[in-house]
Design a protein. Sequence first.
Length: 465
Amino acid sequence: MKTLLSGGTVVTATDLYRGDVLIEDEKIAAVAMPGGLTPEGGQIPVDRTIDASGKYIIPGGIDVHTHLDMPFGGTTSADDFESGTVAAAHGGTTSVVDFAIQYRGQTLRHALDTWTKKAEGKAAIDYGFHMIVTELTDSVEGEMDALVREGVTSFKLFMAYPGVFMLDDGSIFRALLRTRENGGTICMHAENGGVIDVLVKRALAEGKTAPKYHALTRPARAEGEATYRAIALAEMAGVPIYIVHLSAAEALEMVTEARDRGLPAYAETCPQYLFLSYDNYEEPDFSGAKYVMSPPLRPKETQDRLWRGLAGSDLQAVSTDHCPFCMKEQKELGRGDFSKIPNGAPGIETRMSLVFDGGVRTGKIGLNRFVELTSTSPAKIFGLFPRKGTVAPGSDADLVVFDPNKKQKLSAKTLHMKVDYNPYEGREVTGAAETVLSRGKVIVEKGRFVGKAGAGSFLKRSPRS
Ligand code: URP
Ligand code: ZN
Ligand code: ZN
């Protein structure tokens, strides 16, 4: 099966040129200047030609932070691997790396088997797993090595949620040391869980139960402190570290300081921290619950700091932390007690358009950087490059024909995520995925999903070299 994407502008993390892309089966076979693939002025024999004129041809988005079908806070995230990956595809994302969870007393193997069952036969795009480690015994350390060999090469640890997910510093340090040997990468949820726990209990005792107290009991400094500690522990262990869902200027300063010293400290932020702010918690009634996530939304001024971090090299990726809970029956669990509102928000479908509209169109980041932050850099950090994350011969034909002029009004009514609200409801964005290919197959065409649930494959990722 041969497909030609013709007449578009190819954008990678480093290049931007008018070009044609030839796909043979699942792979990119050739990339050439317009007409360069046409033999002797004749027609290249292809099964299908997709006209990309006036559009960008970019590598499919890679979202390395999703929570599909995840039990959390007494309920389960609203998108499973089918609805979540179909929504991702609509938004121009062709790979996700989701989080499997080891619950206390369980093995990593059990967690991986459980999450594999959730994804198999359902995922419409390729998927990999990080492993959340909540209890580190000697045998779990051994399992970490086995997982890395099997392509689950990253582990998320929590410095927050005491009694549920949180690990002590000693365990974190041991896990970091283990990744020095096995080539894995530690991803850190950096918030000081002990401090937050005290603040939450005090707030509730004072009758402060509204959603905004979720944010007011999770100070930016608690994120800054934990980010500093995480980086310091990684420095002592002599390994890289990746800070997930960085939201606070105080945390960014810690990453910047570490990187200025030449340390391999990496961090992602998420669209919600670039486009929403603490003010959203002040929305009337219980609406603030829509934005209850951890870390919480920060003051509006933080947004510019994060964009500057993305434009320079202090932040390396924009992922979503897609963890959707409906207002009805899910977020409502926390009416009268903000600490019972399930933490998380939807975003898997809107990431590419939001970052393009709010980043590229405003001049905050360039086109190449847009591709780098949403695809290439996560592919490199998480062992998927060059199979994923670029437009080059030999790479998987995960490609997006991206229309920079297409306007869209974001709304829960028209988006495909299975959640009854959207945090960006009514926001107009310009720039959207028009045609999406996953390993050579068209899966989204003119806004319609034409792929197949179950067509996505497990991504065996490479360890750090
Ligand atoms: O609020 C959030 N972020 N929910 C998902 C779990 C996590 O910590 O990433
Ligand atoms: Zn987290
Ligand atoms: Zn998360």
